[in-house]
Design a protein around this ligand. Structure first.
Ligand code: UGA
Length: 434
């Protein structure tokens, strides 16, 4: 069985490499020639721990290859994983034009039976549209099935998530397609849940929105904690000890960012609107999340009073640790606001500085990117912790204090123990704690 992966962005790249590592014969294709050229040479265009060595290993083994030729990839494959991007449109809905054009290409190159598997995060009913498009545009009598196999990978742990899944959801219409997908995921056979296609598509949306809801919920509790003597870390721990709730995704902070949660919550709201179901609950999840950065900026203003001409160190630019991704990162809105207020910004992140430079170029002395966190905090009037990288958790705090003009930390991710940092002489503000 030959597997084609169409789209080698984040999801596609991980899928192609990991399916090859499971022993399958995989070919990846993308319209971006540079991505394909790099991948063919064993260079990964995204930073994802463990992915590049696995890419190189499977290229060498010979069961993974990359091609510029979409049509040839389609013809050569028995199973096609559609991993093209579905960007957000102005009204919050997902733009399906790449899924549609891919479906047409599949139709035009349907030389033998194929299972077309949708892997991108898509609105419920997308598989039906793929099926209709292929049926409309196919020339001969080529047979095919559509299926939904949503991905649940997290950036930063994607390889481990793929190789040790909590569940593998397979949404199918026919036994023939089910057999093909069950065979592909044979290694994880205890984790497979077979459903119909609409259910599989909705499982993905429902899961992401529920996780986003957990985050907004704990952030709301953090606001209550700040008005009382309660500690949100212990509130989350106490809640999480109840197995029905669970402790994960209850970390208060600057809210969720990235390419998935913000987009997916809005897309589900739009799906609800289209289907006549009022998902006001999720509108509130989104509103709470968007307001996080404002409440953080209020803290910065409370600590510094006037921001103009203050030297502010920002530690962490990525939307979360272990990634270079800054899409929907709280750092973007924060930097913009501090720039407008006239601060001198010194920015540091272990991986995401190149990406941030591309949207906020270096502009000394107003915007300076530094080599390390100590350089960033030099003469600073305040340090803002925006991403919880391990590097910051273990930073030499006495050294930081000596380097700063005013030892003020505004910790958006509760990285430090309040008592410990205050004992070292810092003025310390965090989220949902006194
Ligand atoms: C998320 C899901 O976790 C994956 O299961 C899913 O496959 C993926 O979206 C997707 O749809 O492609 P990801 O966006 O990579 O994965 O990152 P997460 O680790 O889920 O974090 C998302 C955001 O929530 C980050 O900004 C993180 O800082 C924030 N977060 C997470 C919190 O603020 N608090 C928490 O307790 C957990």
């Amino acid at each position: 069985m030959k597997i084609g992966v169409i789209g080698t962005g984040y999801v596609g790249m991980v899928t192609a490499v990991c399916l090859a590592d499971l022993g399958h014969d995989v070919i990846g294709t993308d319209i971006d020639k540079e991505k394909i050229d790099k991948a063919s040479q064993g260079i990964c265009h995204i930073y994802e721990p463990g992915l590049e060595p696995l890419l190189q290993k499977n290229l060498e083994k010979g069961n993974l290859s990359f091609s510029h030729d979409l049509e040839e990839t389609i013809r050569a494959s028995d199973v096609l994983f559609v991993c093209v991007n579905t960007p957000q449109r102005e009204d919050g809905s997902a733009d399906m034009c790449y899924v549609e054009s891919t479906s047409r290409s599949i139709a035009e190159n349907l030389n033998k039976y194929k299972v077309v598997v949708e892997k991108s995060t898509v609105p419920v009913k997308t598989s039906m549209w793929i099926k209709r498009t292929i049926s409309l545009y196919k020339k001969g009598g080529g047979e095919f099935d559509v299926a939904s196999n949503p991905e649940f990978l997290r950036e930063g742990t994607a390889v481990a998530d793929f190789m040790h899944p909590d569940r593998v959801i397979i949404g199918v219409e026919t036994k023939r397609a089910e057999d093909v997908l069950v065979k592909i995921y044979d290694t994880f056979k205890d984790k497979i849940l077979v459903t119909n296609i609409d259910t599989a598509e909705l499982i993905k949306h429902a899961s992401n929105s529920f996780l986003a809801l957990k985050i907004s919920y704990i952030n709301l509790m953090a606001e209550l904690c700040e008005k009382t003597d309660a500690d949100v870390e212990l509130v989350a721990k106490g809640m999480g000890l109840d197995e029905r709730i669970g402790e994960r995704f209850l970390r208060a902070g600057l809210g969720y960012g990235g390419s998935c949660f913000p987009k997916d919550v809005r897309a589900l709201i739009k799906i609800g609107e289209d289907l006549g179901v009022d998902l006001a609950l999720l509108k509130e999840v989104d509103r709470i999340n968007t307001s996080r950065i404002q409440s953080y900026i209020a803290k910065v203003k409370k600590a510094l009073w006037i921001i103009k001409d203050k030297k502010v160190a920002v530690l962490g630019l990525a939307f979360k640790p272990e990634t270079d991704d800054i899409r929907n990162a709280p750092s973007i809105a924060l930097i913009e606001e501090l720039q407008n207020e006239g601060a001198f910004l010194r920015l540091y992140d272990p991986e995401a500085m190149d990406n941030m430079r591309s949207i906020t170029p270096e502009d000394p002395p107003k915007i300076v990117y530094t080599e390390n966190p100590y350089d960033a905090v030099k003469d600073a009037n305040a340090v803002l912790i925006v991403t919880e990288w391990e590097e910051f958790r273990f930073i030499d705090l006495p050294k930081v204090k000596d380097l700063m003009a005013n030892p003020i930390i505004i910790d958006g991710r509760n990285v430090f123990d309040p008592e410990e940092v205050r004992n070292l002489g810092f003025e310390y503000y965090s989220v949902g704690r006194q």
